[in-house]
Ligand binder design. Sequence first.
Ligand code: FCB
Length: 454
Amino acid sequence: MIEFPKEFVWGAATSSYQIEGAAWEDGRGECIWDRFARTPGKVLDGLNGDVACDHYHRWPQDVALMKELGLQAYRFSIAWPRIFPTGSESKPLEAGLAFYDRLTDGLLEAGITPWVTLYHWDLPQGLEDAGGWPNRDTVDAFLRLTEVVSKRLGDRVKHWITHNEPWCAGRLGYETGLHAPGRTSVPDALAACHHLLLSHGQAVPIIRANSPGAEVGITLNLVPAVPASPSEVDRKAHQRFDAWFNRWFMDPLVGKGYPADLLEEYVRDGHVSGMEPDFVKDGDYAAMAVECDFLGINYYSRGIIRAEVPEEENAPRTVPEPPDDVKTDIGWEVYPDGLYDLLVRLRDDFDGLPIYITENGAAYHTAPSDDGVVHDGKRLAYLDSHLRACHRAMADGAPLAGYFAWSLMDNFEWQEGYTQRFGMVWIDYETQERLPKDSARWYSKVIARNGVED
Ligand code: FCB
């Protein structure tokens, strides 16, 4: 048995837009993903999150399932436009708060610890219309959301994540345009990233005030990468990738500001006004480096960086075609050693700050077999190999305190629509039937034993 420490946290994660369904009847406003998904060509098959897993109505069943599986913790996110439909109302919407109240109480009754993410990408469209994340006013709107939600749930929720993957929200949303709202402007993306990180920093003290004793952090998606060859050009491309993807988000959190190498390039190319960009105001760097209780990490794959890859493709999800048997269905390489490397790097870069893996998982289409069961051996093997990598990193001093599988159930996978299934629970989108896959049964045993078998 490869055993984990007694207090290690075992959980699973989801996010609001991906599972809830809109449930417009309760007054939820439009978010940027509603708008984006309705824009032709943005999401595969033109599908959207209107129904998704209908979790908004079926949450009692979902919580019962989590209990049956023995989950200790459940990470979910708040749909901002359920609370402030356009983002700028003076009062929050009671129906939205009541929903998260019920869910929180249901989880606690089931003995499951709620972990709340405040922002998992569903910005109210009203705020996007007013400039979105590149507009500094969005920081204030986020702080109003933080105040209201942490006040309402703060007596019972003691684990808070301000943002999920600001790289995706900022860079995919405003630089590459692959995600909502689909803008393609480097200056907009840089301002958006800044406001995301700033709003994290300013939200932390609000959460602490409203939720005494809470643990608060942020979740980054980081990609350990290697140069494709020892050549100078590949080495440089790798360095740039690391600054663009990882350091742009890590460095400000530890008080180092933005990485100078990439910032110089942005100045040269006229994307920012100077080494002190206009969007950085007095006190911002200090606010962004606020002390946290943990760092959340989402890990899926690594990057292999070649100089000749055009910049927009030089993204984490781009690796040289690995052989089929080491790729998941979404095309990402299965590379557990990358998780080991990342955890060991963070041990040093974040100076021993506790780390939680807040997402890790694999997309495989595996459908129910004739026996009515989903035999998703590949997902199980993926999770198993990554847990072993976690354990090795811990043996080498990585301060890993818990693990959340992505995802509890199949769901709306952003621009991939419903084509990619990451769940440990199968969703039949016609009937909304939930069916735990082999991986869910296996994970349940891992939790019960507190480890993986030798
Ligand atoms: C992460 C997202 C999550 C899910 C997984 C597969 O980037 O945080 O919502 O889409 O990827």
